[in-house]
Design a binder for this molecule. Sequence first.
Ligand code: HEC
Ligand code: HEC
Length: 313
Amino acid sequence: MKILGKIALASILSLGVLYAGSAPKEYPKGPVGEMVKLGEQIMLHTSTHPLTKDLVGNKLNCASCHLKGADGKPGTGDGIGSFIGTATSFPAYSKREKTVQTLQDRTNNCFMRSMNGKRPIVDSEASMAMYTYITWLSTGMPMKMNEKAPLSPHNMKIWPKNFKKFAKIQKKATHDNYLNGKKLYATKCAMCHGQNGQGMGSFPPVWGKNAKGEWLAYNTGAGMSKLNKGAAWVQSNMPLGQGGSLSDKEAADIMLFVNAQERADFDLQKGLLPKEVMGYYNSNVLKEKHSVRSNFRALGLDIDVIRGDKKIK
Ligand code: HEC
Ligand code: HEC
C-alpha cells in the first residue's frame, strides 16, 4: 500500500512537471487569427519562409527545437522548449542582455544564435506574427512576468535545474567521455541526424557545413551549443519520441561529442542589421563572442585534450 501510494504520488508530481498543455482549440477571429496562423507557419518553416529565410543562416526552423506536441503545433511539446505559458513571463529580466525584455526581443534574439542569422526588425510582420502565435499559446493563463529569467513557468521548473546538473557532470569530462559520446551518437542519433551531423530529409542537421560551405546548424552563441544546456535539452527531448530515456551520463557524453564538432563562431555585432535599418536594440550588452573552444573553456575544459588531439602533460 505504502509503495503504491508513493508511485501514485510520484506520477502525479511528474505529470505536473512534465505536462505543458496544448494550443487552444480554435484560432482567434479575423486579422488576429490570420497573424497567429502566419506565426505558426514561420515557426514551422523559418529557414524557407519568404518573410524569414534571408534572416536565417542555417537549415533549422524554430520547430526543430521547440517541438511539436500531439496537436502538431510548434512549441506545444511537453519537454524543455515548450511555448505553453511563455507569454505570461514577459516582460522579463534577461541576464544575458542585462535588460528587461519583451517577448519579441526574446524571440528575435534566437535568429542571431540558434538560427545563425540576423535579428529581425521588431515591428516587422514576421516578428509580430511569431509574437502573436506564442502569445496565443498562453490564452487564459494568468500573467506572471519573470524577475529572474526570460523563461516560461514550465521551462523555469525543468531547464535551469537540469543545465546546472549537467555543468557539474561535464566539468569533469575526459577524452573517454568524448569517445563514449561518439559511440552513443552513432547508435542512438545518427540514423536520423546523419553520421556527419548533416541531417537527413526532415531530420535536422546538428553540426557542420554542406558542400556549398554553408553552415547547417546552430552557432556557438546558441543555448544548444553550451555543453550543459545542450545535454539538458537532449535528455528532455531526444531521441525523438523518447524524451527522458537517456541517462545523465549518456546525455552529457553525447553532447560533449556533438558540441565539439565544427560550427559557426558567434559574434553578436554580426547578428545585428545596420542601425538605421534595425532601429533600437534593447540590450545593455553590445559585444559578445563565442567559439567551440571558448564554450569548452567556459566549463574549464580544453577542447584539444577532450578530442584527443593533445595529451595531458
Ligand atoms: C537549436 C535549437 C533552437 C532553435 C532552432 C530555436 N530555439 Fe528558441 N530556445 C532554445 C532553447 C534551448 C531555449 C531555452 C530553453 C527554454 O526556454 O525552453 C529556447 C528558448 C526560447 C524562448 C523562451 C521560451 C521560454 O518560455 O522559456 C523563446 C520565446 C524562443 N526560444 C523562441 C525561438 C524562436 C522564435 C525560434 C525561431 C526563430 C527559436 N526559438 C529557435 C533552442 C532553440
Ligand atoms: C527518429 C529520429 C531521431 C532520432 C533517433 C534523434 N533525433 Fe534529434 N531530432 C529529430 C527531429 C525530427 C528533430 C526536429 C523536430 C521537428 O522538426 O519536429 C530533432 C531535433 C534535434 C535537435 C535540435 C535541432 C538541431 O538539429 O540542432 C538536436 C540537438 C537533436 N535532435 C539531437 C539528437 C541527439 C543527440 C540524438 C540521439 C540521442 C537524437 N537527436 C536522436 C529526430 C531524431
